[in-house]
Design a protein around this ligand. Structure first.
Ligand SMILES: Cc1ncc(COP(=O)(O)O)c(C=O)c1O
Length: 428
């Protein structure tokens, strides 16, 4: 039964950043529960990736299942133009309550990338509605990642992002050097010089700055100083440029704070959230902004120009409500802190390998940076053989496990990683 399924998949289904007829084997997941994925042959593997940052409570969670079922009995979807519903209103209330008090308005969309598109539209419309047509660029950072749609791609790292594949098509933005001051390092104003000079030089054409707070994720898994974030906020205010924070990966406790911007005691003008918003059950994202920004957008009778079909999908909102309730009533801070301590100790063991350049840990995020690129085709079966799911890229082996992982399960995961890396070192 499974074989024809995988044959069909291989022949017809496109997977992320992959060839249409891939050579690497595809693994069929039959079911998932807790931190485990069950493969077609019954093998159970610990998901170290939380399905790309999102599955914070693990899989097949009773509270989330119940919320979905209950909502399904009422309505799974209804258009959001001219209509509203309780699940969206409740979710908006909670998200507005737990984010900075200046963020009063919320826009629902269907994925992280789209929430970034909405954030960019908000920024551009803010200025154009008020008659400023010169602000047509975004100042972004090297090593940033904000999604795969066109606007989002145009603010991703210009080298590791997809700019070369869309040369001449993508909107041309401005890029500052990535934050280079490590999380705990002493601050030096030199770290912000490049950003400052680009802002000073081009602020009249810059509508907004966009940045992932504290952790740059898919663009390089880099963890940087809250001081850097604070200085970016100050400079945006000084030069009258809007500040967009993309918390799609870092939001909902992953870094040890509910939102990573809290490390710097600042607030953005526009905030994007997604991924863990629904506990990883389904796709939902939001863009929040302040009264000031909304009033700017709506100056001279304008309106925000966006409205997806599945906006505020009730099923997704109901699950997000259940996920937030579960998170906020759980000892998530202790859990994330315990994971951090364990990751520091256990991933730290890999530093004895010559192959390993650096180990970086913050909250429930652990990163091993290698001197060499990984060999995904060789490593994947080695990880699976050891009962774990890890998906490295470039020279980065990283994990962000579900918060509910037990100490034993996490040790299993980290030991498998260190073991595979030591084999990899011998092999190369
Ligand atoms: C920081 C950040 N922004 C945006 C996105 C895009 O989100 P999505 O994949 O849901 O479109 C991602 C996804 O990895 C992300 O990590």
């Amino acid at each position: 039964m499974e074989k024809p399924l995988k044959e069909f998949d291989k022949k017809h289904i496109l997977h992320p950043y992959a060839l249409s007829n891939p050579t690497a084997p595809m693994h069929l997941v039959k079911s998932a529960s807790g931190v485990y994925l069950e493969l077609e042959d019954g093998t159970k593997i610990i998901d170290g990736m939380s399905s790309w940052w999102s599955v914070i409570h693990g899989y097949n969670v009773k509270e989330l299942n119940d919320a979905a079922k209950e909502q399904l009995e009422k309505m799974s979807h209804v258009m959001f133009g001219g209509l509203t519903h309780e699940s969206a209103i409740n979710l908006a209330k909670t998200v507005i309550e737990i984010t900075d008090e200046s963020l009063e308005h919320i826009f629902f969309s269907d994925s992280g990338s789209v929430s970034v598109e909405v954030a960019l539209k908000m920024a551009f419309q803010y200025w154009s509605s008020q008659g400023n047509k010169a602000k047509t660029k975004i100042l972004s950072f090297s090593k940033g990642y904000h999604g795969d749609t066109f606007g989002a791609m145009s603010v991703c790292d210009p080298v590791t992002g997809m700019h070369s594949a869309f040369e001449g098509i993508l909107h041309k933005n401005i890029f500052a050097e990535e934050p280079k001051c490590a999380f705990d390092s002493p601050w030096d104003e030199k770290y912000i010089e490049d950003f400052k000079s680009k802002l000073k030089e081009s602020h009249q054409e810059i509508a907004a700055v966009i940045l992932e707070p504290i952790v740059q994720g898919a663009g390089g898994m880099r963890i940087y100083s809250p001081h850097f974030l604070r200085r970016v906020r100050e400079l945006c205010s000084e030069y009258d440029v809007l500040f967009i924070l993309d918390e799609i990966a870092t939001g909902f406790g992953r870094t040890g704070k509910l939102f990573a911007y809290e490390y710097a005691n600042i607030a953005p003008d526009i905030l994007t959230l997604g991924k863990a918003l629904t506990g990883g059950y389904m796709s939902l994202a939001v863009t929040l902004t302040s009264k000031k920004v909304m009033q700017g957008i709506e100056a001279n009778g304008n309106i925000l120009m966006h409205g997806p079909t599945f906006m505020a999908n009730p099923l997704a909102c109901a699950v997000a409500n259940a996920s937030l309730e579960l998170l906020l009533n759980s000892p998530w801070q202790t859990r994330v802190q315990t994971i951090q301590t364990q990751l520091e100790e256990e991933l730290g063991k890999s530093l004895s390998l010559e192959l390993v350049k650096e180990v970086r840990v913050l909250g429930a995020i652990g990163v091993i940076e290698l001197h060499k690129s990984v060999d995904l085709a060789w490593m994947t079966p080695e990880f699976i053989k050891r009962g774990v799911w890890v998906r490295p890229f470039l020279n980065l082996v990283y994990i962000m496990p579900p918060f509910v992982i037990t100490q034993e399960e996490l040790t299993h995961l980290t030991s498998a990683i260190v073991d595979v890396l030591s084999m990899f070192e011998k092999k190369i």
